[in-house]
Design a protein around this ligand. Structure first.
Ligand code: XLS
Ligand code: CA
Ligand code: CA
Length: 439
């Protein structure tokens, strides 16, 4: 028997909304069927290796507050394996079936890439062993191409061809490991793919090179049997002043421009959408209507702070509008990765569980309420009616393309002046949302 790491923490049960047990789900009831599917199928939750097993509360002004040593010396392979043990115990206790990782979350990076790769082989063998007899799999993998100083000017967008090769080597290895662990997706988050000043930057050259790296990754991935989706994860800024994958619309334009749109979808993170000045729902909608809603990084930011706070999702309105988009899009090919960290003063092991219970319950509530909004159907009906003028007469001709600018102008002149387009009824619609939320 392996030693229990999270001692005293049981398998987290569902106890329902009336429960006062801090270590129980109040809304996430994995087998409950909503719109014909189990909650667990609607919500393929994933644990983020980096926040949950590595990050220990360090911020710009202070060192670790949490102990993530799991009883072993950090920076060793023994510690790397202890993180695997901790991660699997954690996922099993919460009923989480997926994890996401960066290469260097799994093992300490060595000075020589050959040694790092050897360590990755060793740890992925260990993870594979752990996976046996469980239904836990990899949701997506990625390469950390932003922490090492060599990537100070970017990875695909770097000015150094040698550094570009190191980025390529890391992507190749991260793809190998993702495929080995049965990953559903592979993420490119452009951590330092952007610029600080245009005075030293050839933007066109850099974007072309990012696309080249992505094409090379697709070719290699397909050659080793990766059938999942590649994802771009947009973010407007941080760490760079300006990042190229600003938001969903920008990333979609980039993917189409460089012929990558067949292999890529988007991984939309709530906190990144809001940093871009959008709602989470906006970036989900833009992705969905372009057939590119792939996966979600489930977290939230803080509107009073201007940065990527990666908080556990608590806002049920936002989770509801997210699930409304996901249900309408017919689900995700990816899942819901908690790219979220406990606050620095929440440093205990219990806090890790409370955080995931909060996140999972928030999305379960979001799912329940989004399904109720769809079943209620007043919102859908309102939107449908709002565009009714395009279903007959001149509107139908506009839609079918059977008209000319001159015909429309003549039509307008005959009318003299149109009637107002009809009330948007925002307040009424918001009251419907509240009624459904709190009925
Ligand atoms: C950072 C990003 C990062 C990606 C994976 O802001 O969210 O964690 O999800 O590299
Ligand atoms: Ca983030
Ligand atoms: Ca993320």
């Amino acid at each position: 028997m392996m030693k229990e790491i999270f001692e005293g923490i049981p398998v987290i049960p569902y106890e329902g909304p009336a429960s006062k047990n801090a270590l129980a789900f109040k809304f996430y009831d994995s087998d409950r069927v909503i719109m014909g599917k189990k909650m667990s199928e609607h919500l393929p939750f994933a644990m983020a290796w980096w926040h949950n097993l590595c990050a220990a509360g360090t911020d710009m002004f202070g060192r670790d507050t949490a102990d993530k040593s799991f009883g072993l010396e950090k920076g060793t392979m023994e510690h790397a394996k202890a993180k695997v043990d901790a991660g699997f115990e954690f996922m099993k206790k919460l009923g989480i079936r997926y994890f996401c990782f960066h290469d260097v979350d799994l093992v300490p990076e060595a000075d020589d890439i050959k040694e790092t790769n050897r360590r990755l082989d060793e740890i992925s063998d260990y993870i594979l062993e752990k996976m046996q007899g469980t239904d836990i799999k990899c949701l997506w993998g990625t390469a950390n191409m932003f922490s090492n100083p060599r990537f100070m000017n970017g990875a695909g967008s770097t000015n150094s061809a040698d550094v570009f090769c190191f980025a390529a080597a890391q992507v190749k290895k991260a793809l190998d490991i993702t495929v080995k662990l049965g990953g559903r997706g592979y993420v490119f988050w452009g951590g330092r793919e952007g610029y600080e000043t245009l005075l030293n930057t050839d933007v066109k050259f850099e974007q072309e090179n990012i696309a080249k790296l992505m094409h090379l990754a697709v070719d290699y991935g397909r050659s080793i049997g990766f059938t999942g989706d590649f994802y771009i994860e947009p973010k407007p800024k941080e760490p760079m002043k300006h990042q190229y994958d600003f938001d969903a619309a920008t990333a979609i334009g980039f993917l189409r421009q460089y012929g990558l749109d067949k292999d890529f979808k988007l991984n939309i993170e709530a906190n990144h959408a809001t940093l871009a000045g959008h709602t989470f729902q906006h970036d989900l909608r833009i992705s969905a209507i372009n057939g590119m809603l792939g996966s979600i990084d489930a977290n939230q930011g803080d509107m009073l702070l201007g940065w990527d706070t990666d908080e556990f999702p608590f806002n049920v309105y936002d989770a509801t509008m997210c699930m409304y988009e996901v249900l309408k899009a017919g689900g995700l090919t990816g899942g819901f990765n908690f790219d979220s960290k406990t606050r620095r003063p929440s440093y205990t092991m219990e806090d890790m569980f409370h955080a995931y219970i909060l996140g999972m319950d928030t999305f379960a509530l979001g799912l329940i309420k989004a399904a109720a909004l769809i079943e209620d159907s007043r919102l859908d009906k309102f939107v449908e009616d709002r565009y009714a003028s395009y279903r007959s007469g001149i509107g139908a001709k506009i839609r079918s393309g059977e008209t000319t600018l001159a015909e429309l102008a003549a039509y307008a002149e005959k009318l003299g002046a149109p009637e107002l387009p009809g009330s948007g009824r925002q307040e009424y619609l918001e009251s419907i949302v509240n009624q459904v939320m709190f009925n």
